[in-house]
Design a protein around this ligand. Sequence first.
Ligand code: AHR
Length: 629
Amino acid sequence: TIDVDTAATGPNIGDGMYGIFMEDINHAADGGLYAELVQNRSFEYSTADNADYTPMTSWEAVADGGADGNAEVVGDDGRLNERNRNYLRLALPADGGEYGVANTGYSTGIPVEEGAEYDFSVWAKAAGSGTTPLTVRLTDPQGAPLAAPLELEAGGREWAQYSGTLTADSSSTAGRLAVTGSGGGSLSLDMVSLFPRDTFKGRENGLRADIAEKIAGLDPGFVRFPGGCLVNTGSHEAYEAPDWPRERSFQWKDTVGPVEERAVNHNFWGYNQSYGLGYYEYFQFAEDLGAMPLPVVPALVTGCGENEATDDPELLERHVQDTLDLIEFANGPADSEWGGLRAEMGHPEPFGLTHVQVGNEENLPEEFFERFVEFRDAIEAEYPDITVVGNSGPASGGTVFERAWELNREHGVELVDEHYYNSPEWFLSNNERYDSYDREGPDVYLGEYASQGNRFSNALAEAAYMTGLERNADVVKMASYAPLLAAEWDAQWTPDMIWFDTTRSWGSANYEVQRLFARNTGDAVVPSTASGTPDASGPITGAVGLSTWNTSAEYDDVKVTSAGGETLLSDDFSGGADRWEHITDAGSWAVEDGAYVQTETAGENTMVMAGDPGWTDYDMEVTATKREG
Ligand code: AHR
Protein backbone atom coordinates (compact mmCIF):
# COMPACT_ATOMS: atom_id res chain seq x y z
CA THR A 1 0.00 0.00 0.00
CA ILE A 2 1.33 3.40 -0.89
CA ASP A 3 -0.12 6.41 0.95
CA VAL A 4 0.34 9.72 -0.81
CA ASP A 5 -0.03 13.03 0.96
CA THR A 6 -1.46 15.09 -1.89
CA ALA A 7 -1.84 18.15 0.30
CA ALA A 8 1.90 18.47 0.93
CA THR A 9 4.45 19.51 -1.66
CA GLY A 10 8.03 18.36 -1.93
CA PRO A 11 10.71 19.79 -4.22
CA ASN A 12 10.03 20.42 -7.89
CA ILE A 13 11.77 18.10 -10.33
CA GLY A 14 13.19 19.89 -13.36
CA ASP A 15 12.31 18.67 -16.86
CA GLY A 16 16.01 18.42 -17.52
CA MET A 17 16.71 16.16 -14.52
CA TYR A 18 17.79 13.14 -16.59
CA GLY A 19 20.21 13.44 -19.44
CA ILE A 20 23.10 11.65 -21.08
CA PHE A 21 26.85 11.71 -20.73
CA MET A 22 28.44 10.99 -24.09
CA GLU A 23 32.13 10.14 -24.21
CA ASP A 24 34.05 8.31 -26.92
CA ILE A 25 34.88 5.28 -24.77
CA ASN A 26 34.16 1.70 -25.98
CA HIS A 27 34.11 3.10 -29.55
CA ALA A 28 31.04 5.10 -28.60
CA ALA A 29 31.80 7.63 -31.36
CA ASP A 30 34.33 6.24 -33.85
CA GLY A 31 32.96 2.85 -34.86
CA GLY A 32 29.70 3.58 -33.04
CA LEU A 33 27.45 6.62 -33.01
CA TYR A 34 29.48 8.44 -35.68
CA ALA A 35 28.15 6.84 -38.85
CA GLU A 36 31.44 6.82 -40.83
CA LEU A 37 31.91 3.24 -42.05
CA VAL A 38 35.57 3.51 -43.10
CA GLN A 39 38.05 2.90 -40.32
CA ASN A 40 41.28 4.92 -40.44
CA ARG A 41 39.96 6.96 -43.36
CA SER A 42 42.92 9.33 -43.45
CA PHE A 43 45.73 6.83 -42.77
CA GLU A 44 46.61 8.55 -39.48
CA TYR A 45 46.52 5.52 -37.17
CA SER A 46 49.80 5.09 -35.34
CA THR A 47 51.40 3.31 -32.40
CA ALA A 48 50.78 6.50 -30.41
CA ASP A 49 47.10 5.49 -30.45
CA ASN A 50 47.53 1.77 -29.92
CA ALA A 51 50.59 -0.50 -30.01
CA ASP A 52 48.95 -2.64 -32.71
CA TYR A 53 48.16 0.20 -35.10
CA THR A 54 49.93 1.14 -38.31
CA PRO A 55 48.92 3.76 -40.91
CA MET A 56 47.49 0.83 -42.91
CA THR A 57 45.32 -0.57 -40.11
CA SER A 58 42.00 -1.70 -41.56
CA TRP A 59 43.32 -1.45 -45.14
CA GLU A 60 44.45 -4.22 -47.47
CA ALA A 61 45.92 -4.10 -50.96
CA VAL A 62 43.67 -5.09 -53.88
CA ALA A 63 45.17 -6.17 -57.21
CA ASP A 64 42.87 -7.01 -60.08
CA GLY A 65 44.07 -10.09 -61.91
CA GLY A 66 47.45 -9.96 -60.17
CA ALA A 67 48.15 -6.42 -61.43
CA ASP A 68 51.47 -5.04 -60.32
CA GLY A 69 51.21 -1.95 -58.14
CA ASN A 70 52.23 -0.52 -54.81
CA ALA A 71 50.52 1.22 -51.90
CA GLU A 72 52.51 3.35 -49.49
CA VAL A 73 51.47 5.76 -46.73
CA VAL A 74 53.53 8.95 -46.91
CA GLY A 75 53.70 12.03 -44.73
CA ASP A 76 55.55 14.50 -46.94
CA ASP A 77 54.89 18.09 -48.05
CA GLY A 78 52.42 16.88 -50.63
CA ARG A 79 49.89 16.27 -47.85
CA LEU A 80 46.25 17.39 -48.07
CA ASN A 81 46.76 20.02 -45.36
CA GLU A 82 48.84 20.61 -42.26
CA ARG A 83 46.43 18.83 -39.94
CA ASN A 84 45.97 15.82 -42.16
CA ARG A 85 49.52 14.54 -42.02
CA ASN A 86 49.45 11.27 -43.96
CA TYR A 87 48.06 10.18 -47.27
CA LEU A 88 48.20 7.06 -49.43
CA ARG A 89 50.27 6.99 -52.60
CA LEU A 90 49.41 4.29 -55.13
CA ALA A 91 51.75 3.27 -57.94
CA LEU A 92 49.33 2.07 -60.63
CA PRO A 93 49.97 -0.67 -63.17
CA ALA A 94 50.35 0.58 -66.74
CA ASP A 95 49.28 -2.74 -68.29
CA GLY A 96 45.56 -2.23 -68.03
CA GLY A 97 45.11 -3.88 -64.62
CA GLU A 98 43.68 -2.20 -61.53
CA TYR A 99 45.47 -1.70 -58.24
CA GLY A 100 44.33 -0.11 -55.00
CA VAL A 101 43.21 -0.70 -51.44
CA ALA A 102 40.16 -1.98 -49.62
CA ASN A 103 38.92 -0.90 -46.22
CA THR A 104 37.68 -3.59 -43.86
CA GLY A 105 35.69 -1.27 -41.59
CA TYR A 106 35.27 -1.90 -37.88
CA SER A 107 34.88 -5.32 -36.26
CA THR A 108 33.32 -7.78 -38.76
CA GLY A 109 33.49 -5.32 -41.67
CA ILE A 110 31.40 -2.68 -43.37
CA PRO A 111 27.70 -3.40 -42.86
CA VAL A 112 25.77 -3.19 -46.12
CA GLU A 113 22.02 -3.55 -46.47
CA GLU A 114 20.28 -4.50 -49.69
CA GLY A 115 18.55 -1.51 -51.26
CA ALA A 116 20.28 1.07 -49.04
CA GLU A 117 22.33 3.96 -50.45
CA TYR A 118 25.85 4.83 -49.34
CA ASP A 119 27.61 8.14 -49.93
CA PHE A 120 31.22 7.75 -50.95
CA SER A 121 33.83 10.51 -51.08
CA VAL A 122 37.60 10.71 -51.41
CA TRP A 123 40.27 13.35 -51.83
CA ALA A 124 42.65 12.47 -54.65
CA LYS A 125 45.39 13.84 -56.87
CA ALA A 126 47.37 12.32 -59.71
CA ALA A 127 51.00 12.85 -60.65
CA GLY A 128 50.37 13.88 -64.23
CA SER A 129 48.06 16.44 -65.79
CA GLY A 130 45.66 13.88 -67.30
CA THR A 131 42.87 11.99 -65.57
CA THR A 132 43.07 8.67 -63.77
CA PRO A 133 40.14 6.25 -63.75
CA LEU A 134 39.08 5.47 -60.19
CA THR A 135 36.75 2.56 -59.46
CA VAL A 136 34.92 2.23 -56.16
CA ARG A 137 33.41 -1.11 -55.19
CA LEU A 138 31.49 -2.55 -52.28
CA THR A 139 32.37 -6.22 -52.05
CA ASP A 140 32.27 -9.16 -49.69
CA PRO A 141 35.62 -10.40 -48.25
CA GLN A 142 36.17 -12.61 -51.30
CA GLY A 143 35.69 -9.69 -53.69
CA ALA A 144 32.15 -10.56 -54.85
CA PRO A 145 30.20 -7.35 -55.55
CA LEU A 146 27.55 -6.07 -53.14
CA ALA A 147 26.71 -3.06 -55.35
CA ALA A 148 27.27 -1.84 -58.89
CA PRO A 149 30.70 -0.12 -59.00
CA LEU A 150 31.10 3.62 -59.08
CA GLU A 151 33.34 4.91 -61.87
CA LEU A 152 35.09 8.25 -61.25
CA GLU A 153 37.84 10.18 -63.00
CA ALA A 154 40.46 11.78 -60.77
CA GLY A 155 42.25 14.56 -62.58
CA GLY A 156 45.11 16.97 -62.06
CA ARG A 157 48.02 17.48 -59.72
CA GLU A 158 45.99 19.32 -57.07
CA TRP A 159 43.96 17.66 -54.37
CA ALA A 160 40.24 17.58 -55.20
CA GLN A 161 37.28 15.79 -53.68
CA TYR A 162 35.38 13.17 -55.69
CA SER A 163 32.10 11.63 -54.61
CA GLY A 164 29.24 9.39 -55.66
CA THR A 165 26.56 7.04 -54.38
CA LEU A 166 26.61 3.25 -54.17
CA THR A 167 23.33 1.33 -53.89
CA ALA A 168 23.65 -2.10 -52.33
CA ASP A 169 22.03 -5.00 -54.16
CA SER A 170 22.71 -7.50 -51.39
CA SER A 171 23.40 -7.42 -47.66
CA SER A 172 26.50 -8.26 -45.68
CA THR A 173 28.00 -7.54 -42.27
CA ALA A 174 31.49 -8.09 -43.68
CA GLY A 175 31.61 -5.61 -46.56
CA ARG A 176 34.78 -4.11 -47.98
CA LEU A 177 35.15 -0.73 -49.68
CA ALA A 178 37.68 -1.05 -52.49
CA VAL A 179 39.17 1.94 -54.30
CA THR A 180 41.34 1.10 -57.29
CA GLY A 181 43.03 3.04 -60.06
CA SER A 182 44.46 2.07 -63.42
CA GLY A 183 46.37 3.50 -66.36
CA GLY A 184 49.82 3.77 -64.77
CA GLY A 185 51.46 6.66 -62.91
CA SER A 186 50.77 7.51 -59.33
CA LEU A 187 47.54 8.37 -57.59
CA SER A 188 47.27 9.82 -54.08
CA LEU A 189 44.25 9.29 -51.86
CA ASP A 190 43.11 10.71 -48.53
CA MET A 191 39.92 10.92 -46.46
CA VAL A 192 38.30 7.87 -48.02
CA SER A 193 34.80 7.98 -46.63
CA LEU A 194 31.55 6.04 -46.78
CA PHE A 195 28.38 7.03 -44.95
CA PRO A 196 24.98 5.41 -44.99
CA ARG A 197 22.52 7.86 -46.58
CA ASP A 198 20.15 7.08 -43.74
CA THR A 199 21.75 8.91 -40.80
CA PHE A 200 19.87 10.25 -37.75
CA LYS A 201 17.67 13.12 -39.00
CA GLY A 202 19.43 12.79 -42.37
CA ARG A 203 22.39 14.88 -41.25
CA GLU A 204 25.53 15.00 -43.37
CA ASN A 205 28.60 13.71 -41.53
CA GLY A 206 25.87 12.31 -39.33
CA LEU A 207 25.09 9.72 -36.69
CA ARG A 208 24.15 6.05 -36.90
CA ALA A 209 20.37 6.07 -36.90
CA ASP A 210 19.64 3.00 -34.73
CA ILE A 211 21.99 4.10 -31.92
CA ALA A 212 20.88 7.74 -32.05
CA GLU A 213 17.22 6.61 -31.95
CA LYS A 214 17.93 4.58 -28.81
CA ILE A 215 19.43 7.68 -27.21
CA ALA A 216 16.49 9.78 -28.39
CA GLY A 217 14.25 7.17 -26.75
CA LEU A 218 15.64 8.35 -23.43
CA ASP A 219 14.23 11.82 -24.06
CA PRO A 220 17.34 13.32 -22.46
CA GLY A 221 17.16 16.72 -20.83
CA PHE A 222 20.83 17.43 -21.50
CA VAL A 223 23.90 16.08 -23.30
CA ARG A 224 27.18 16.32 -21.41
CA PHE A 225 30.15 15.84 -23.74
CA PRO A 226 32.91 15.04 -24.79
CA GLY A 227 34.27 13.46 -21.56
CA GLY A 228 35.25 12.18 -19.10
CA CYS A 229 38.88 11.30 -19.18
CA LEU A 230 39.04 12.48 -22.80
CA VAL A 231 38.93 16.00 -21.43
CA ASN A 232 41.80 15.38 -19.01
CA THR A 233 43.99 13.39 -21.33
CA GLY A 234 44.98 12.56 -24.88
CA SER A 235 48.01 13.53 -26.87
CA HIS A 236 48.95 15.21 -30.08
CA GLU A 237 52.55 14.54 -29.32
CA ALA A 238 52.88 12.03 -32.12
CA TYR A 239 52.23 14.75 -34.66
CA GLU A 240 54.46 17.64 -35.50
CA ALA A 241 52.38 20.07 -37.52
CA PRO A 242 53.38 23.72 -37.04
CA ASP A 243 50.43 24.62 -34.80
CA TRP A 244 50.70 21.35 -32.89
CA PRO A 245 51.06 19.94 -30.42
CA ARG A 246 48.22 21.80 -28.78
CA GLU A 247 49.49 19.77 -25.84
CA ARG A 248 46.85 17.29 -24.60
CA SER A 249 43.13 16.61 -24.23
CA PHE A 250 39.95 16.98 -26.31
CA GLN A 251 39.98 20.62 -27.43
CA TRP A 252 37.02 21.95 -29.32
CA LYS A 253 38.91 23.92 -31.98
CA ASP A 254 40.55 20.70 -33.20
CA THR A 255 37.10 19.24 -33.89
CA VAL A 256 35.29 21.84 -36.01
CA GLY A 257 35.38 22.97 -39.63
CA PRO A 258 35.63 20.66 -42.67
CA VAL A 259 36.32 17.10 -41.51
CA GLU A 260 39.41 16.80 -43.69
CA GLU A 261 40.94 19.76 -41.84
CA ARG A 262 40.27 18.47 -38.34
CA ALA A 263 42.97 17.04 -36.17
CA VAL A 264 42.98 13.43 -35.05
CA ASN A 265 44.03 12.44 -31.56
CA HIS A 266 45.09 9.58 -29.40
CA ASN A 267 42.03 8.50 -27.46
CA PHE A 268 42.72 7.79 -23.77
CA TRP A 269 40.77 4.54 -24.14
CA GLY A 270 43.32 3.04 -26.54
CA TYR A 271 42.30 3.88 -30.07
CA ASN A 272 42.33 6.74 -32.55
CA GLN A 273 39.85 9.56 -32.37
CA SER A 274 38.89 10.99 -35.76
CA TYR A 275 37.06 14.05 -34.33
CA GLY A 276 34.50 13.49 -37.09
CA LEU A 277 31.97 13.68 -34.28
CA GLY A 278 33.15 17.07 -33.09
CA TYR A 279 31.71 20.03 -31.27
CA TYR A 280 29.40 21.15 -34.09
CA GLU A 281 27.93 17.65 -34.37
CA TYR A 282 27.52 17.42 -30.59
CA PHE A 283 25.66 20.73 -30.46
CA GLN A 284 23.49 19.65 -33.37
CA PHE A 285 22.75 16.30 -31.75
CA ALA A 286 21.71 18.02 -28.51
CA GLU A 287 19.46 20.32 -30.53
CA ASP A 288 17.95 17.39 -32.44
CA LEU A 289 17.21 15.70 -29.12
CA GLY A 290 15.70 18.87 -27.65
CA ALA A 291 18.35 18.65 -24.92
CA MET A 292 20.58 21.23 -23.25
CA PRO A 293 24.20 21.00 -24.44
CA LEU A 294 26.74 20.78 -21.62
CA PRO A 295 30.31 20.89 -22.96
CA VAL A 296 33.22 20.13 -20.65
CA VAL A 297 36.49 22.00 -21.26
CA PRO A 298 39.93 21.00 -19.96
CA ALA A 299 41.06 22.84 -16.81
CA LEU A 300 44.80 22.16 -17.20
CA VAL A 301 44.89 19.95 -14.14
CA THR A 302 45.04 16.31 -15.10
CA GLY A 303 42.82 13.66 -13.60
CA CYS A 304 42.16 10.06 -14.61
CA GLY A 305 45.17 8.59 -12.87
CA GLU A 306 47.56 11.52 -13.28
CA ASN A 307 48.39 14.23 -10.77
CA GLU A 308 49.74 17.19 -12.60
CA ALA A 309 48.83 20.85 -12.87
CA THR A 310 50.17 22.80 -15.83
CA ASP A 311 52.02 25.91 -14.65
CA ASP A 312 52.07 27.92 -17.80
CA PRO A 313 50.21 31.24 -17.62
CA GLU A 314 50.18 31.66 -21.40
CA LEU A 315 48.69 28.23 -21.90
CA LEU A 316 46.07 28.90 -19.26
CA GLU A 317 45.24 32.19 -20.94
CA ARG A 318 44.86 30.41 -24.25
CA HIS A 319 42.51 27.82 -22.76
CA VAL A 320 40.42 30.52 -21.10
CA GLN A 321 40.23 32.37 -24.42
CA ASP A 322 39.34 29.10 -26.19
CA THR A 323 36.43 28.72 -23.76
CA LEU A 324 35.20 32.24 -24.49
CA ASP A 325 35.54 31.44 -28.20
CA LEU A 326 33.53 28.27 -27.65
CA ILE A 327 30.68 30.30 -26.21
CA GLU A 328 30.90 32.58 -29.24
CA PHE A 329 30.90 29.53 -31.52
CA ALA A 330 27.70 28.31 -29.85
CA ASN A 331 25.87 31.57 -29.30
CA GLY A 332 27.60 34.38 -31.21
CA PRO A 333 26.07 36.14 -34.20
CA ALA A 334 26.84 34.79 -37.65
CA ASP A 335 29.05 37.81 -38.33
CA SER A 336 31.31 37.13 -35.32
CA GLU A 337 34.50 35.13 -35.88
CA TRP A 338 33.42 31.88 -34.25
CA GLY A 339 29.69 32.32 -34.77
CA GLY A 340 30.67 32.78 -38.42
CA LEU A 341 32.31 29.36 -38.48
CA ARG A 342 29.13 27.84 -37.01
CA ALA A 343 27.11 29.58 -39.75
CA GLU A 344 29.52 28.35 -42.42
CA MET A 345 29.08 24.84 -41.09
CA GLY A 346 25.35 25.15 -41.66
CA HIS A 347 23.85 26.62 -38.47
CA PRO A 348 23.46 30.42 -38.60
CA GLU A 349 21.11 30.36 -35.59
CA PRO A 350 22.76 30.16 -32.16
CA PHE A 351 22.74 26.82 -30.35
CA GLY A 352 21.57 28.46 -27.11
CA LEU A 353 24.38 27.36 -24.81
CA THR A 354 23.62 28.09 -21.13
CA HIS A 355 26.12 25.92 -19.21
CA VAL A 356 29.82 25.15 -19.53
CA GLN A 357 31.66 22.69 -17.30
CA VAL A 358 35.29 23.39 -16.47
CA GLY A 359 37.33 20.26 -15.77
CA ASN A 360 36.54 16.62 -15.14
CA GLU A 361 37.45 14.68 -11.99
CA GLU A 362 40.27 17.00 -11.00
CA ASN A 363 42.16 15.37 -8.17
CA LEU A 364 44.26 18.35 -7.09
CA PRO A 365 41.52 20.53 -5.59
CA GLU A 366 43.68 23.56 -4.64
CA GLU A 367 45.35 23.72 -8.05
CA PHE A 368 42.06 23.13 -9.81
CA PHE A 369 40.28 25.96 -8.02
CA GLU A 370 43.09 28.42 -8.78
CA ARG A 371 42.42 27.76 -12.45
CA PHE A 372 38.66 27.33 -12.18
CA VAL A 373 38.19 30.89 -10.90
CA GLU A 374 40.19 32.28 -13.80
CA PHE A 375 37.89 30.53 -16.25
CA ARG A 376 34.78 31.56 -14.35
CA ASP A 377 35.82 35.21 -13.92
CA ALA A 378 36.53 35.55 -17.62
CA ILE A 379 33.28 33.83 -18.62
CA GLU A 380 31.17 35.85 -16.20
CA ALA A 381 32.76 39.11 -17.35
CA GLU A 382 31.75 38.48 -20.94
CA TYR A 383 28.79 36.12 -20.61
CA PRO A 384 27.12 36.72 -17.22
CA ASP A 385 24.21 34.40 -18.11
CA ILE A 386 26.35 31.32 -18.56
CA THR A 387 26.46 28.90 -15.60
CA VAL A 388 29.95 27.53 -14.99
CA VAL A 389 29.78 23.98 -13.62
CA GLY A 390 32.54 22.69 -11.31
CA ASN A 391 33.45 19.19 -10.17
CA SER A 392 34.16 17.37 -6.96
CA GLY A 393 37.19 15.25 -7.83
CA PRO A 394 37.87 11.73 -9.13
CA ALA A 395 35.28 9.00 -9.57
CA SER A 396 34.93 7.10 -6.35
CA GLY A 397 32.87 4.43 -4.76
CA GLY A 398 30.83 7.26 -3.32
CA THR A 399 33.35 8.83 -0.94
CA VAL A 400 32.70 12.52 -0.54
CA PHE A 401 35.80 14.60 -1.28
CA GLU A 402 35.52 17.00 1.62
CA ARG A 403 38.24 19.39 0.47
CA ALA A 404 36.82 19.70 -3.04
CA TRP A 405 33.34 20.33 -1.63
CA GLU A 406 34.72 22.91 0.83
CA LEU A 407 36.36 24.76 -2.04
CA ASN A 408 33.23 24.53 -4.19
CA ARG A 409 31.30 26.07 -1.29
CA GLU A 410 33.94 28.71 -0.59
CA HIS A 411 33.92 29.78 -4.21
CA GLY A 412 30.13 29.79 -4.45
CA VAL A 413 30.05 27.28 -7.29
CA GLU A 414 26.46 26.91 -8.46
CA LEU A 415 26.47 23.34 -9.71
CA VAL A 416 29.01 20.59 -8.94
CA ASP A 417 29.55 17.41 -10.95
CA GLU A 418 29.94 14.23 -8.83
CA HIS A 419 30.93 10.74 -10.06
CA TYR A 420 30.78 7.31 -8.49
CA TYR A 421 30.59 3.67 -9.50
CA ASN A 422 29.75 1.01 -6.90
CA SER A 423 27.92 -2.26 -6.23
CA PRO A 424 24.12 -2.59 -6.31
CA GLU A 425 24.26 -3.13 -2.55
CA TRP A 426 25.94 0.24 -2.13
CA PHE A 427 23.23 1.96 -4.15
CA LEU A 428 20.51 0.21 -2.15
CA SER A 429 22.00 1.22 1.18
CA ASN A 430 22.86 4.81 0.24
CA ASN A 431 19.46 6.04 -0.84
CA GLU A 432 19.69 8.79 1.79
CA ARG A 433 22.99 10.22 0.49
CA TYR A 434 21.55 13.56 -0.52
CA ASP A 435 19.12 13.94 2.38
CA SER A 436 21.91 15.63 4.35
CA TYR A 437 23.46 17.74 1.58
CA ASP A 438 23.59 21.45 2.32
CA ARG A 439 20.42 23.18 1.11
CA GLU A 440 22.38 26.42 0.81
CA GLY A 441 24.20 24.94 -2.17
CA PRO A 442 26.09 24.13 -4.27
CA ASP A 443 23.60 22.07 -6.26
CA VAL A 444 24.61 18.64 -7.46
CA TYR A 445 24.91 17.28 -10.96
CA LEU A 446 25.41 13.51 -10.64
CA GLY A 447 27.34 13.32 -13.90
CA GLU A 448 28.45 9.68 -13.81
CA TYR A 449 27.15 6.72 -11.84
CA ALA A 450 26.42 3.02 -12.31
CA SER A 451 25.99 0.00 -10.11
CA GLN A 452 28.68 -2.07 -11.84
CA GLY A 453 26.58 -4.53 -13.79
CA ASN A 454 23.99 -4.88 -16.55
CA ARG A 455 21.88 -7.38 -14.66
CA PHE A 456 18.28 -6.81 -13.71
CA SER A 457 19.33 -6.44 -10.06
CA ASN A 458 21.72 -3.61 -11.03
CA ALA A 459 18.98 -1.81 -12.87
CA LEU A 460 16.64 -2.28 -9.95
CA ALA A 461 19.23 -0.92 -7.48
CA GLU A 462 19.72 2.11 -9.72
CA ALA A 463 15.97 2.66 -9.93
CA ALA A 464 15.72 2.55 -6.14
CA TYR A 465 18.61 5.00 -5.87
CA MET A 466 16.99 7.37 -8.37
CA THR A 467 13.99 7.71 -6.07
CA GLY A 468 16.49 9.19 -3.59
CA LEU A 469 17.72 11.61 -6.25
CA GLU A 470 14.17 12.74 -6.93
CA ARG A 471 13.32 13.06 -3.23
CA ASN A 472 16.26 15.48 -3.11
CA ALA A 473 15.48 17.30 -6.34
CA ASP A 474 15.93 20.61 -4.52
CA VAL A 475 19.68 19.77 -4.39
CA VAL A 476 20.21 17.18 -7.13
CA LYS A 477 19.36 19.01 -10.33
CA MET A 478 20.68 16.64 -12.97
CA ALA A 479 21.85 13.03 -13.31
CA SER A 480 23.38 10.90 -16.06
CA TYR A 481 24.24 7.18 -16.03
CA ALA A 482 27.70 6.31 -17.41
CA PRO A 483 29.07 5.14 -19.73
CA LEU A 484 26.34 5.53 -22.31
CA LEU A 485 27.56 3.35 -25.20
CA ALA A 486 29.70 0.28 -25.81
CA ALA A 487 30.80 -1.68 -28.86
CA GLU A 488 30.32 -5.35 -28.16
CA TRP A 489 33.58 -5.97 -30.06
CA ASP A 490 35.81 -3.58 -28.09
CA ALA A 491 34.64 -2.33 -24.72
CA GLN A 492 37.15 -0.79 -22.33
CA TRP A 493 34.58 -0.26 -19.59
CA THR A 494 31.61 -2.27 -18.41
CA PRO A 495 28.76 -2.04 -17.62
CA ASP A 496 27.31 0.32 -20.19
CA MET A 497 23.83 1.53 -20.94
CA ILE A 498 23.45 0.79 -24.66
CA TRP A 499 25.39 -1.89 -26.53
CA PHE A 500 25.93 -2.25 -30.24
CA ASP A 501 27.68 -4.31 -32.90
CA THR A 502 28.12 -3.34 -36.54
CA THR A 503 24.42 -3.55 -37.39
CA ARG A 504 22.42 -3.85 -34.18
CA SER A 505 22.06 -1.95 -30.93
CA TRP A 506 20.21 -2.90 -27.76
CA GLY A 507 19.46 -1.30 -24.44
CA SER A 508 20.45 -2.98 -21.20
CA ALA A 509 18.09 -3.39 -18.26
CA ASN A 510 19.75 -0.22 -16.93
CA TYR A 511 18.70 1.56 -20.14
CA GLU A 512 15.08 0.61 -19.49
CA VAL A 513 15.29 2.12 -16.02
CA GLN A 514 16.79 5.35 -17.34
CA ARG A 515 14.12 5.48 -20.02
CA LEU A 516 11.35 4.86 -17.53
CA PHE A 517 12.48 7.68 -15.26
CA ALA A 518 13.41 10.16 -17.98
CA ARG A 519 10.17 9.75 -19.90
CA ASN A 520 8.01 9.94 -16.82
CA THR A 521 9.59 12.67 -14.76
CA GLY A 522 7.12 14.13 -12.30
CA ASP A 523 6.66 17.84 -11.73
CA ALA A 524 7.20 17.70 -8.00
CA VAL A 525 7.84 15.21 -5.23
CA VAL A 526 4.76 14.31 -3.22
CA PRO A 527 5.51 12.83 0.21
CA SER A 528 4.47 9.17 0.41
CA THR A 529 4.82 6.11 2.61
CA ALA A 530 4.66 2.45 1.66
CA SER A 531 3.46 -0.48 3.77
CA GLY A 532 3.04 -4.20 3.23
CA THR A 533 5.52 -6.53 1.55
CA PRO A 534 5.43 -6.67 -2.23
CA ASP A 535 5.37 -10.11 -3.81
CA ALA A 536 8.88 -10.58 -5.18
CA SER A 537 8.24 -13.80 -7.06
CA GLY A 538 7.77 -14.12 -10.80
CA PRO A 539 9.84 -14.53 -13.91
CA ILE A 540 12.74 -12.28 -14.75
CA THR A 541 13.57 -12.08 -18.42
CA GLY A 542 16.35 -10.34 -20.25
CA ALA A 543 19.32 -12.45 -19.21
CA VAL A 544 20.29 -16.05 -19.81
CA GLY A 545 22.24 -17.88 -17.16
CA LEU A 546 24.32 -21.00 -17.00
CA SER A 547 24.66 -21.91 -13.38
CA THR A 548 25.70 -24.33 -10.65
CA TRP A 549 28.96 -25.35 -12.18
CA ASN A 550 30.88 -26.66 -9.27
CA THR A 551 33.42 -28.93 -10.84
CA SER A 552 36.66 -27.89 -12.39
CA ALA A 553 36.12 -28.22 -16.12
CA GLU A 554 36.30 -26.71 -19.54
CA TYR A 555 33.24 -26.15 -21.70
CA ASP A 556 32.79 -25.72 -25.43
CA ASP A 557 29.77 -24.99 -27.58
CA VAL A 558 27.88 -22.78 -25.22
CA LYS A 559 24.51 -22.35 -26.88
CA VAL A 560 21.15 -20.77 -26.24
CA THR A 561 18.36 -22.57 -28.08
CA SER A 562 14.64 -22.00 -28.33
CA ALA A 563 12.18 -24.74 -27.37
CA GLY A 564 11.83 -25.47 -31.10
CA GLY A 565 15.57 -26.13 -31.39
CA GLU A 566 16.50 -22.85 -33.12
CA THR A 567 19.94 -21.62 -32.10
CA LEU A 568 19.39 -18.15 -30.70
CA LEU A 569 22.96 -17.62 -29.79
CA SER A 570 26.10 -19.63 -29.83
CA ASP A 571 29.42 -18.40 -28.66
CA ASP A 572 32.51 -20.46 -29.29
CA PHE A 573 34.47 -17.83 -27.38
CA SER A 574 36.91 -17.41 -30.22
CA GLY A 575 36.26 -13.66 -30.24
CA GLY A 576 36.51 -13.43 -26.45
CA ALA A 577 33.89 -13.89 -23.82
CA ASP A 578 32.72 -10.34 -23.61
CA ARG A 579 29.05 -11.23 -23.99
CA TRP A 580 29.18 -13.49 -20.97
CA GLU A 581 29.67 -12.34 -17.46
CA HIS A 582 30.66 -14.41 -14.46
CA ILE A 583 28.43 -13.21 -11.71
CA THR A 584 29.18 -15.19 -8.57
CA ASP A 585 32.17 -14.80 -6.31
CA ALA A 586 32.44 -18.51 -5.71
CA GLY A 587 35.10 -19.19 -8.30
CA SER A 588 36.96 -17.55 -11.10
CA TRP A 589 36.88 -18.23 -14.79
CA ALA A 590 38.65 -17.40 -17.98
CA VAL A 591 38.42 -18.05 -21.65
CA GLU A 592 41.34 -20.02 -22.93
CA ASP A 593 41.76 -21.54 -26.30
CA GLY A 594 38.17 -20.99 -27.31
CA ALA A 595 36.66 -22.60 -24.21
CA TYR A 596 35.18 -21.52 -20.93
CA VAL A 597 37.65 -22.61 -18.24
CA GLN A 598 36.64 -22.68 -14.63
CA THR A 599 39.75 -22.43 -12.52
CA GLU A 600 38.36 -22.49 -8.98
CA THR A 601 35.66 -24.70 -7.65
CA ALA A 602 34.43 -23.25 -4.38
CA GLY A 603 30.72 -23.83 -4.87
CA GLU A 604 28.18 -22.49 -7.31
CA ASN A 605 29.24 -20.52 -10.34
CA THR A 606 26.97 -18.65 -12.65
CA MET A 607 27.61 -17.18 -16.04
CA VAL A 608 25.07 -14.79 -17.43
CA MET A 609 24.63 -13.36 -20.85
CA ALA A 610 22.82 -10.04 -21.06
CA GLY A 611 19.55 -9.98 -22.97
CA ASP A 612 19.51 -9.56 -26.70
CA PRO A 613 16.75 -8.22 -28.94
CA GLY A 614 13.98 -10.68 -29.68
CA TRP A 615 14.64 -13.13 -26.88
CA THR A 616 11.95 -12.34 -24.41
CA ASP A 617 9.23 -14.49 -25.92
CA TYR A 618 11.33 -17.60 -26.23
CA ASP A 619 11.29 -20.65 -24.10
CA MET A 620 15.06 -21.00 -23.90
CA GLU A 621 17.55 -23.70 -23.10
CA VAL A 622 21.23 -23.20 -22.42
CA THR A 623 23.65 -26.01 -23.21
CA ALA A 624 27.37 -26.52 -23.11
CA THR A 625 29.65 -29.43 -23.85
CA LYS A 626 32.16 -30.50 -21.26
CA ARG A 627 35.58 -31.12 -22.76
CA GLU A 628 37.05 -34.60 -22.64
CA GLY A 629 39.36 -35.04 -19.69
O1 AHR B 1 32.76 6.89 -17.60
C1 AHR B 1 34.05 6.40 -17.71
C2 AHR B 1 35.07 7.29 -17.01
O2 AHR B 1 34.81 7.31 -15.64
C3 AHR B 1 35.06 8.74 -17.39
O3 AHR B 1 35.84 8.98 -18.52
C4 AHR B 1 35.66 9.41 -16.21
O4 AHR B 1 35.17 10.71 -16.02
C5 AHR B 1 35.33 8.49 -15.07
O5 AHR B 1 36.43 8.18 -14.32
